[in-house]
Design a protein around this ligand. Structure first.
Ligand SMILES: Nc1ncnc2c1ncn2[C@@H]1O[C@H](COP(=O)(O)OP(=O)(O)O)[C@@H](O)[C@H]1O
Ligand SMILES: [Mg+2]
Length: 320
């Protein structure tokens, strides 16, 4: 194939290269290389203080990077900040609501800020209210809405100028399970409408079924970026085998700990949780050592680390 005839690679929705931010002597974000493709519903995950808000604020042009670059749909967040502001909708982690304002008044106000002509504004406001399921609350005072509804109103606000890229900082935090599910359903609908969405969370499992890709950061560094399933494959510290013996549990623990393939044995609710060094290891030795010692094996079951456990281990620095 003639390389000159190949189309240029598409511009990613978001791309950061070596993105770094310091606060005084403290490095909040360290050489972050991140690519989010168009149409992604992208989970940005890290425990508190990992650097999520810092990253999103830089992408939203609210905060200047100390080094490195960040682009949104090809626009540089420092040099082309205005262009970036037009294509993004940024929902901060905490935003004030105007409690004494009516829902439509509030959205109309932001529509005016984005210079949407008066004639069009009513339709635009109705459309975004429909999208977030708040049509019935049009005339309600914001202060009278539930927390879940206020979050959805916040989402409606960032949709008012029809941005292509949404930056949502922990939009589901503090919501009850039902409100969270409603929020997630709206995000899926927005993805279906062609938006690119970055959503941050400190709970990996919250995003595992929602997002097609995730990035995990810890202490300002990227430790994983890719499909959700890859998190487990790449980071899982090993295979877990659950074992139950009839008697002499202590003896079984001792024997298992002597095996080089075994990296840990602990008692959890009457069973032994045996962690093997890796997934590829032949774990027949577990049954073998127990049976050879004349102990009675009642149960042996293979398990994989739960996704949340993998995440906790990763973010506690127990892997690598
Ligand atoms: N304005 C600031 N001044 C000093 N340190 C800050 C400031 N904002 C954030 N930090 C620090 O930067 C780190 C990353 O914070 P942040 O981006 O808010 O993380 P996250 O959103 O993942 O919880 C934290 O250690 C935090 O204390
Ligand atoms: Mg934050």
């Amino acid at each position: 194939m003639n390389p000159e005839s190949a189309p240029p690679p598409p511009i990613p929705a978001v791309q950061t290269i070596g993105l770094t931010r310091t606060y005084g002597a403290m490095t909040a974000l360290s050489a972050l290389d991140l690519t989010v493709n168009r149409g992604d519903l992208f989970g940005f995950i890290g425990s508190n203080g990992a650097g999520k808000t810092t990253t999103l604020r830089i992408l939203a042009t609210f905060l200047a990077p100390s080094a490195g670059t960040a682009k949104v749909l090809g626009h540089d967040v420092v040099r082309d900040a205005n262009a970036v502001r037009h294509v993004i909708g940024y929902m901060p982690d905490f935003f004030g609501v105007y409690k004494d304002m009516e829902v439509t008044e509030y959205l109309d106000f932001f529509g005016a800020c984005y210079k949407i002509p008066t004639a069009q504004r009513e339709k635009t406001v109705n459309d975004v209210l429909e999208l977030v399921g708040l049509t019935e609350k049009k005339g309600a005072l914001i202060g009278a809405l539930s927390r879940g509804m206020q979050q959805r109103l916040g989402l409606a606000r960032v949709l008012i100028h029809d941005p292509q890229v949404l930056l949502l900082d922990e939009p589901a935090s503090g919501l009850d399970p039902r409100a969270r599910i409603e929020m997630m359903a709206i995000l899926q609908e927005l993805q279906r409408l062609g938006k690119t969405i970055i959503i941050s969370s400190h709970i990996l499992s919250e995003l595992q079924t929602l997002c097609n890709r995730v990035a995990i950061i810890e202490k300002g560094r990227l430790i994983y970026s890719g499909p959700v399933q890859g998190v487990r494959d790449q980071m899982s510290t090993g295979l877990v085998i659950w074992v139950r013996v009839a008697t002499e549990t202590e003896r079984a623990i001792e024997l298992l700990r002597e095996r080089p393939e075994v990296t840990g044995v602990e008692v959890v609710e009457g069973r032994l949780k045996v962690t093997m060094a890796s997934h590829d290891i032949d774990h027949s030795c577990v049954a073998e050592v127990i049976v050879r010692a004349g102990l009675k094996l009642l149960e042996l079951q293979e398990d994989e680390l739960g996704l949340e456990e993998v995440f906790l281990r990763v973010t506690r620095g127990e892997t690598q």
